[in-house]
Design a protein around this ligand. Structure first.
Ligand SMILES: NC(=O)c1ccc[n+]([C@@H]2O[C@H](COP(=O)([O-])OP(=O)(O)OC[C@H]3O[C@@H](n4cnc5c(N)ncnc54)[C@H](OP(=O)(O)O)[C@@H]3O)[C@@H](O)[C@H]2O)c1
Length: 324
C-alpha cells in the first residue's frame, strides 16, 4: 500500500527523512481492525517525529499520521481515534494511561491507504461531515475541544471570556470556533495582521498583536505557543483564572511567574488529546451546530511532500489534508 513514512530523522531538515513509498499492510492483532483511509490530516506532531522528537530512531521506518477518517472493515464510515491506551489503566480516561501512545509513535500511523487500530478507537462519522472534514477532528480539534469544554472551567451554558494565543495554529483555530459555538467571548493574539483578520472571520470577537493589553481580564487562556506568550497569558487572567496548556511551540521553559500564580490564585492545567468519548461528543457537536474544521489545503496522498513543506513553512491557516 502507498504510505508516508519517516525513514530517518533530522532536527534541521525534517523533510529529508520523509518517504512516500509502498509499504506492507500492518498486521491486525486481536481486538484490532483495519480502516480503509479516505482522508488523513497533518499535525505538527508529524514534523516533530521527522525531527527526532518523541519517536526513537529504532522504531523507523514509521508510517506517520495521527488523524484519519475512512471506511471500517464492516463498511461503516468512521473517524479514527488516535490515542492507543487502556481507559482502566487511566482511571477511566485512556489519555491518563501511563502507557498510552498516539498512532505513529508505537503503532503505524494514518498517512496510508490502510491503518490498523484497536476496535474501540472507531467513532461513527456523521454523514454531514465530509471525510476531509472528519479527518481533522482526532488531534488538533479533539485537543481544542477538551481544553475549551472540559479543562478551562468555563460556564457550560456559555458567557465566559477566553483568550486563544497564536491564532493561526491548528489547535488555536479549532479552539476559536469551538469556544464561539459554546457561547463564549473569544479574544485571540497573533503576530501577523493577516492571521488576526482571518481569526475575526472565523468568529473571534477581538484580535490583538501578541502581548497586547486586552479590553478585559479573561476567565481562561488556551495556550499552545509556550515561552513566547506565557507572560502575557499569566497577565491576561482574572483572579482565579485558568491557563490550559497543550503545547509549547516557541519553547517550554518561560519564567513561571510564580508570584502572580499564587497571589491571583491562578490554575495552570495541562491537557493532551482527548478520550474516545470526547471525540464522539465533538463529532456530535460538529454535526448538531454545523461546526466545520477549517481546511487550508487538500492534496492526494502521493503529494504528501508538498503538504509537509507547507506545514514546515509555518504559513498555514487551518488544516492540511491528504486524500486516498
Ligand atoms: N498536547 C496535545 O495533545 C497536542 C495536540 C496538538 C498539538 N499540540 C501542540 O500544540 C502546539 C500547536 O500546534 P498546532 O499544530 O496547533 O500549531 P503550530 O503550527 O505549532 O502553530 C501554533 C501557533 O503558535 C504561534 N507561534 C509559533 N511560534 C511563535 C513565536 N515564536 N512567538 C509567538 N507565537 C508563535 C503561531 O501563531 P501566530 O503566527 O498566529 O502568532 C502559530 O500559529 C504544538 O507545539 C503541538 O505540538 C499538542
Amino acid at each position: 500500500m502507498l504510505a508516508v513514512s519517516a525513514v530517518s530523522q533530522s532536527p534541521d531538515d525534517p523533510l529529508s527523512g520523509l518517504a512516500v513509498t509502498q509499504r506492507p499492510e500492518p498486521s491486525v492483532p486481536d481486538g484490532w481492525t483495519t480502516v480503509a483511509v479516505r482522508a488523513a490530516a497533518l499535525n505538527h506532531h508529524d514534523l516533530f517525529s521527522l525531527r527526532g522528537v518523541g519517536l526513537p530512531a529504532d522504531r523507523l521506518p514509521m508510517i506517520l499520521g495521527c488523524d484519519a477518517a475512512g471506511v471500517s472493515a464492516d463498511g461503516e464510515d468512521v473517524i479514527v481515534h488516535a490515542v492507543v491506551g487502556d481507559p482502566a489503566a487511566g482511571g477511566g480516561d485512556e489519555t491518563l494511561d501511563p502507557r498510552r501512545s498516539l498512532l505513529s509513535e508505537l503503532h503505524q500511523g494514518t498517512l496510508a491507504e490502510v491503518v490498523t487500530v484497536p476496535r474501540r478507537n472507531l467513532v461513527p462519522k456523521p454523514a454531514s461531515l465530509s471525510f476531509e472534514e472528519a479527518a481533522c477532528l482526532p488531534t488538533a480539534w479533539l485537543t481544542a475541544y477538551r481544553m475549551v469544554v472540559n479543562r478551562a472551567g468555563l460556564p457550560p451554558a456559555g458567557g465566559g471570556t477566553v483568550l486563544v494565543q497564536g491564532a493561526g495554529g491548528g489547535v488555536s483555530t479549532a479552539a476559536i470556533m469551538i469556544a464561539k459555538a459554546a457561547g463564549h467571548t473569544v479574544f485571540v493574539t497573533s503576530r501577523e495582521a493577516s492571521k488576526r483578520e482571518r481569526a475575526i472571520k472565523i468568529g473571534a470577537d477581538g484580535a490583538f498583536e501578541s502581548g497586547a493589553r486586552l479590553p478585559v481580564k479573561v476567565d481562561a487562556v488556551i495556550e499552545t505557543v509556550g515561552a513566547a506568550t506565557w507572560a502575557h497569558s499569566v497577565r491576561a487572567l482574572r483572579p482565579g483564572g485558568r491557563i490550559v496548556c497543550a503545547g509549547a511551540t516557541s519553547g517550554a521553559n518561560p519564567p513561571a511567574e510564580l508570584n502572580r500564580i499564587f497571589f491571583l490564585q491562578l490554575s495552570v492545567i495541562g491537557s493532551t488529546m482527548g478520550t474516545r468519548d470526547e471525540l464522539a461528543d465533538l463529532a456530535t457537536l460538529a454535526d448538531r451546530v454545523g461546526l466545520r474544521p477549517l481546511i487550508a489545503d487538500v492534496r492526494p496522498l502521493a503529494d504528501a511532500r508538498a503538504s509537509f513543506a507547507q506545514l514546515a513553512g509555518g504559513e498555514v491557516f487551518g488544516k492540511l489534508v491528504l486524500t486516498v
